[in-house]
Ligand binder design. Structure first.
Ligand SMILES: Cc1cc2nc3c(=O)[nH]c(=O)nc-3n(C[C@H](O)[C@H](O)[C@H](O)COP(=O)(O)OP(=O)(O)OC[C@H]3O[C@@H](n4cnc5c(N)ncnc54)[C@H](O)[C@@H]3O)c2cc1C
Length: 244
């Protein structure tokens, strides 16, 4: 991957999404030099957080905002605090509004939203894998006549629902947008889908109905999801995936 220029930005806003996940909104220079497509990622670093070779520690993060949000010269990243061993993500969660952040990118060409595809869109995410799909959904909804959109989103329980308000508002207000959430560790009160994404998929999607599918999550979830979709007759061409 050819190296892209490093852009020095600053943290404009930090939105706590869940106890372990925050969205970091960075302010870009107003020169309009940064552009990207939904699904791409960038390498982030903190100028004062160096490795043992005195180089900035860098990590890849999917862009969670839409290219339409560039009108405000901002771009967002939604980052899980890994806890023990999470070298960069823990440091990122200690950052404050106004701190400098370096951004390099965008990178990635295989998991990019095709905004011209008229097929119904099925988005399937687990945990912070929702980040690039949120960018894609925002892009589609900002366009003139979006295709129908279904989102199947899996997480542990209600407190781990990233973008809860935004996604619930879409589901309540936008005709043609439907949201299903699945809890892998449901509380006693939960009456919706229970189980991990690959466990609930077969009953929901027993056969191919002409959709294009974008999947993002951890490798095991993605592999099992792709495997089921193949069994259900989804053509390989219609299934796009990202994992970390
Ligand atoms: C294309 C792409 C997009 C991505 N997008 C996102 C995104 O949108 N949001 C997001 O949150 N992440 C994303 N990631 C993952 C991200 O790049 C980092 O890998 C993640 O934040 C962890 O980095 P870290 O430095 O905190 O953890 P690291 O220190 O690199 O550790 C990685 C993992 O190993 C474990 N670990 C480390 N050391 C030890 C040890 N001694 N013992 C046991 N376990 C250990 C950590 O707990 C952690 O789970 C993406 C990755 C890729 C490749």
């Amino acid at each position: 991957m050819a190296k892209k220029p490093v852009i020095l930005t600053s943290l404009a806003e930090i939105i706590q999404e869940t106890p372990r996940v925050s969205t970091f909104v960075v302010k870009l220079p107003d020169d309009g030099a940064f552009s990207f497509a939904s699904g791409q990622f960038a390498m982030l670093s903190l100028p004062d957080f160096l490795n043992d070779k005195d180089r900035p520690v860098r990590r890849a993060y999917s862009i969670a905002s839409s290219p339409h949000d560039l009108a405000r010269s901002t771009v967002s990243f939604t980052i899980t605090r890994k806890g023990e061993g999470g070298y960069f993500s823990n440091r990122m969660h200690e950052a404050k509004v106004g701190d400098p952040v370096s951004l390099e990118g965008p990178y990635g060409s295989s998991f990019v939203l095709d905004t011209q595809d008229p097929r119904p869109h099925l988005f399937i995410a687990a945990g912070s894998g929702i980040a690039p799909l949120r960018s894609m959904i925002r892009t589609l909804l900002a366009g003139g006549s979006p295709p129908s959109i279904e989102l199947l989103y899996g997480f542990r329980n209600a407190e781990d629902f990233i973008y809860a308000r935004e996604l619930s508002e879409y589901a309540a207000n936008i005709k043609g947008f439907s949201l299903r959430t699945a809890h892998s560790r449901p509380s006693g009160a939960w009456q919706g889908l229970s189980g991990r994404v690959p466990e609930v998929l077969p009953a929901l999607y027993p056969s191919y109905q002409g959709q294009v599918v974008y999947i993002c999550g951890h490798p095991e979830m993605v592999a099992q999801t792709v495997s089921w979709l193949g069994t259900a007759g989804f053509p390989e061409e219609a299934v796009r995936k990202e994992q970390w």
